[in-house]
Design a protein around this ligand. Structure first.
Ligand code: ATP
Length: 199
């Protein structure tokens, strides 16, 4: 998956709508301290379904909404739109685009849309996991990340490799299938129980 564009509105320090074109290849973000470099990377993670406020350097998820300054009032919502090439994804042809939108409103939580359709957070995470990326993708390298990779435990490195290989989504599906299997086994046991009472 190649991210082509990112649109931010009311997300952290990006109070005015901002649109960024991301060119093919490696992209680095440079700028003075406090200009919003980390906020930008967090916006990508957030639209990909990040659910931990801590990894957004926030106390609660609503803290990603522009909080206001001495001269500007706070906003009521934050929205991030990610546009990517969807080649090969879910049978998409080479020209098809994937548009993922996440929006949060004060007091109303987050809502997601994929290509105009309302979806669950879980669906968004699966779309990215199948494309070997996601909110925790090693392709998103934040400050201090290189040192963290070097210091990572073998199990953590394995997770990074699984994500890079695009099999992380299969783990989620396996967990879902195991839950369904356990529920079916419990139903069967109950059925056998009832049948033995009828005999
Ligand atoms: P550094 O190079 O020092 O790590 P940076 O370029 O990565 O900085 P960020 O950490 O992305 O900068 O941005 C910090 C700025 O974002 C701060 O000025 C902070 O006040 C602002 N900010 C963060 N969250 C919000 C919010 N919810 N509302 C308004 N501004 C915010």
């Amino acid at each position: 998956m190649r991210i082509k564009r990112l649109k931010l509105t009311g997300f952290k320090s990006f109070v005015e709508p901002a649109e960024l074109r991301i060119e093919p290849g490696l992209t680095g973000v440079v700028g003075p301290n406090g200009c919003g470099k980390s906020n930008l990377l967090e916006a990508i993670r957030w639209v990909m379904g990040e659910s931990s406020p801590k990894s957004m350097r926030s106390g609660g998820m609503e803290d990603v909404i522009f909080a206001g300054t001495t001269t500007r009032p706070p906003r009521d919502f934050a929205e991030v739109v990610l546009l990517a090439e969807a080649a090969g994804l879910h049978g998409g042809d080479n020209d098809s685009e994937l548009e993922v939108v996440r929006r949060i409103e004060r007091g109303a939580g987050s809502a997601y849309r994929v290509n105009g359709r309302d979806v669950r957070a879980k669906d968004v995470a699966l779309v990215f996991a199948d494309a070997a990326t996601g909110a925790h993708s090693p392709a998103l390298v934040s400050q201090g990340k290189i040192a963290a990779v070097i210091a990572a435990k073998p199990a953590e490195r394995r997770m990074m490799l699984e994500e890079a290989a695009g099999i992380a989504g299969l783990h989620v599906r396996r967990k879902d299938a195991e839950q369904k299997l356990r529920a079916t086994e419990a139903n069967l046991a109950r059925l056998e129980d009832l049948m033995s009472q009828l005999d």
